[in-house]
Design a binder for this molecule. Structure first.
Ligand SMILES: Nc1ncnc2c1ncn2[C@@H]1O[C@H](COP(=O)(O)OP(=O)(O)OP(=O)(O)O)[C@@H](O)[C@H]1O
Ligand SMILES: [Mg+2]
Length: 353
């Protein structure tokens, strides 16, 4: 592992913030630290950067224990969520900043800054000031500035938080490609699970100062190992101790998480391929590509969805629902029962073209 945290404990005043945190990050990979507000993401990033001391544990970068190594000697580039650009100097000088502190020849600096302006799609904008750029462009300057001194590691704290949603999507694809192009080991913090799933090679889920689960986006999405992860990732709804037709309850006490894409919703006249259960449409919201439907099922609320190609539903309408798959967690089992498929769904009829 290129970056390794071993049994890290961190307190602020008397509050225990991180407890026995172990994590490993492979060389050249892009890792997302994903978790709710206050779960310790920024603290982990600042510990890797050397901006926070720890009470216990070891930090290794490239095989070297760096606990006592100063932040500017760790070979780390840091990108903050609010750009933190220097307002009164132009883009060129913003990017050159880290190189100038290293007393490098101005000719070498010029070549490197121009290379980075090109790489980040900012060629020709070197003499503008930060106020004369869009949010997406400012964030690209922040990346270029962090990359300029050729760091071994790039750390990004909510790098897309300050830009609007369309630019955000473009910027994250761009960042993913850039990071793989320059092959720099990178860690970014986010509390947006869709962002982590789209961008990262590895996701580390934090909760309450501990690591809940780590894995590829596919592993985290398809096999959540705790109720917390199942709830945090994928807009699912949770039912506690409510039996669902087609699934066996594992224990007296259990919880199901059900993702919207795993609930098929049928109007009365539509013919499902299984045994449906009744639900009432409580709320309908249009989100462009799909219709989000809030359902009341056995007195509980479930988030479902329907395609815009299907006939419309009305609030108050009684519909049939068929839950195709869910994640079951029993109180006793230390391991989740995993994604389980509905046993009452009839085999679908194969179609030919
Ligand atoms: N300088 C500090 N002094 C005291 N407590 C702090 C300090 N910095 C953070 N904390 C506390 O440590 C905990 C973890 O904070 P951290 O900033 O790492 O969370 P986070 O996961 O990055 O949250 P967010 O998504 O809101 O940025 C929180 O309870 C926070 O209040
Ligand atoms: Mg934070």
């Amino acid at each position: 592992m290129y970056i390794e945290l071993e049994k890290i404990s961190k307190k602020y005043q008397n509050n225990q913030i991180l407890t026995d945190v172990d994590l490993g990050i492979e060389e050249g990979s892009l890792t997302a630290l994903l978790g709710p507000s206050g779960s310790g993401k920024t603290t982990i990033l600042r510990i890797i950067a050397g901006l926070e001391a720890v009470e216990a544990g070891n930090i290794y970068i490239d095989g070297q224990r760096v606990n006592a190594v100063a932040p500017n000697k760790r070979g780390i580039g840091f990108v903050f969520q609010n750009y933190a650009l220097f307002k009164h100097v132009d883009i060129y000088d913003n990017i050159a900043f880290g190189l100038r502190t290293q007393k490098i020849d101005e000719e070498v600096i010029e070549a490197r800054v121009n290379e980075l302006l090109e790489l980040t799609g900012l060629a020709g904008l070197g003499d503008r000031f930060p106020d004369q750029l869009s949010g997406g462009q400012k964030q690209r300057v922040a990346f270029a500035r962090a990359l300029a001194p050729n760091p071994k590691v790039l750390l990004l704290d909510e790098p897309f938080a300050a830009v609007d949603s369309k630019i955000r999507k473009e910027l994250r694809t761009w960042l993913k490609n850039l990071i793989h192009q320059v092959a720099i080991t990178s860690v970014f913090v986010t509390h947006d699970h869709e962002e982590a799933i789209e961008v990262a090679d590895q996701i580390i889920v934090t909760n309450n100062g501990q690591i809940e689960q780590r894995g590829t986006p596919f592993e985290i999405y398809s096999s959540p190992q705790s109720l917390f992860v199942a709830q945090f990732i994928g807009n699912g709804s949770t039912l506690q101790n409510v039996p669902v037709n087609g699934f066996d309850a594992p224990d007296k006490k259990f919880a199901y998480t059900i993702r919207p894409e795993n609930i098929a919703i049928y109007k009365k006249e539509e013919k499902p391929l299984g045994i449906v259960e009744e639900a009432i449409v409580k709320e309908i919201t249009f989100s462009g590509a799909r219709i989000n439907v809030l359902l009341e099922y056995k007195g509980h609320l479930l988030r479902g969805e329907r395609s815009i190609q299907q006939s419309q539903l009305a609030v108050g309408e009684t519909v049939g629902i068929l839950i195709h798959q869910l994640n079951i967690f029993s109180e006793k089992a230390s391991q989740p029962c995993g994604a389980t498929k509905n046993k009452n769904i009839y085999t679908e009829i194969p179609y030919t073209i």
